[in-house]
Design a protein around this ligand. Structure first.
Ligand code: SAM
Ligand code: SF4
Length: 330
């Protein structure tokens, strides 16, 4: 079987697919208060098209998919799509990133889907008022309920916490305290300028080291072994049930081992989060491309994956990074 290998010898086995650009929240670091200009429905990939693209990719060695958005559960019958994807026998894992505001009543059903293993729940504050300020919606009680249900479920749970200067840095230690009694992996993410406008004014730059030092003011931590392609460096604290990690999303120190490609909700293929889109797969398949055409295309596109996110950013034709993460699929 031909594999998706780039010019640096990295093999792609993980695809992140945004199933929609729509979202029920308005997180400050992701989009403006009035939201983004969502595309007409017919410009979104259909579930059938997504299934087909993923199937072709799995025939080229991809074995994991992360479904994201926008908010995946905003898309009608997303759970049906999870069932549909589960039929792909070449897929080992279907992971989901969600804001958790709409999923509490779906958890039982999702648990029964064998391939759905990991859920990343985004939660940037443990305080209702602050949560509402960050997301511009007052849904903390529902998201926290989802958190508790997921923690008790059979799914592996990770919490995504975007560290935002001036908003939630005083809660870094509180999030780590959660790992004492809860079997959860908290992951702090450096904020990136994917918010519909570009870099926000920040009082301080909360980089990987600064976040780690903040935890160390209270806890003594041990680093744990992470998978080679992991985006986070992970740590454990003695007698804590869970773990925590830090994702250097902005300082980008993990690119050497990148195994990921992306497809946006409108079918744009991306080799890197920081590139500005490489090819429109939706138009290609709607013009009648066969699965073999798609395979050849993927093998060709992946070759040119930029060495790292800085090079991808420098090569952009559409100017500085400013698009909303909800259109890319974070
Ligand atoms: N709506 C879902 C959610 O919030 O989990 C899935 C899509 S969201 C774009 C995926 C992840 O990207 C979330 O964990 C979110 O916190 C993160 N994210 C969004 N904008 C970001 C930014 N500017 N910098 C860093 N992370 C960001
Ligand atoms: Fe929506 Fe997720 Fe973006 Fe927040 S981070 S606005 S929940 S897509």
């Amino acid at each position: 079987m031909s594999k998706l290998v780039d010019n640096f010898g990295r093999q792609m086995d993980y695809v992140r697919l945004a199933v929609t650009d729509r979202c029920n929240l308005r997180c400050q670091y992701c989009m403006p208060a009035h939201g983004i200009n969502i595309v007409p429905r017919q410009e979104l990939l259909t579930f059938k098209e997504m299934y087909r693209l993923i199937r072709v990719l799995t025939e080229l060695g991809v074995n994991k998919v992360r479904l994201t958005g926008g908010e995946p559960f905003v898309r009608r019958d997303f759970v049906g799509f999870l069932e549909m994807l589960s039929y792909n026998d070449l897929l080992d894992a279907i992971n989901i990133t969600t804001n958790g505001a709409l999923i509490s009543h779906h958890i039982d059903k999702i648990e029964k889907l064998e391939k759905v293993k990991n859920i990343n729940l985004s939660i940037d504050s443990l305080q209702r008022d602050k949560f509402a300020k960050i997301t511009r919606r007052d849904v903390f009680p529902e998201v926290y309920k989802t958190f508790e249900l997921l923690e008790q479920s059979s799914l592996n749970l990770k919490l995504n916490v975007v560290v935002q200067s001036g908003f939630n840095t005083d809660e870094i230690v509180d999030f780590v305290k959660l790992t004492r009694d809860k079997n959860v992996a908290v992951r702090f993410i450096e904020e990136m300028p994917f918010n519909g406008k570009g870099q926000r004014d920040m009082k301080e730059n909360w980089t990987f080291n600064k976040i780690l030092n903040e935890v160390k003011t209270v806890f003594s931590v041990d680093e744990i072994q992470s998978e080679k392609s992991s985006t986070s460096r992970n740590y454990k604290i003695d007698n804590h049930l869970g773990t925590f990690g830090i994702i250097p999303a902005f300082t980008r120190t993990f690119c050497n081992d990148c195994n990921r490609i992306r497809i946006t909700s409108t079918g744009t293929f991306k080799n890197c989060l920081f590139d500005d889109g490489v090819f429109n797969l939706r138009d290609f398949i709607r013009k009648g491309a066969s699965n073999n055409d798609l395979k050849e295309l993927f093998l060709y596109l992946v070759k040119d994956k930029p060495e790292n996110g800085f090079i991808a950013e420098a090569n952009r034709k559409k100017g500085n990074v400013s698009e909303s993460m909800s259109t890319i699929g974070g």
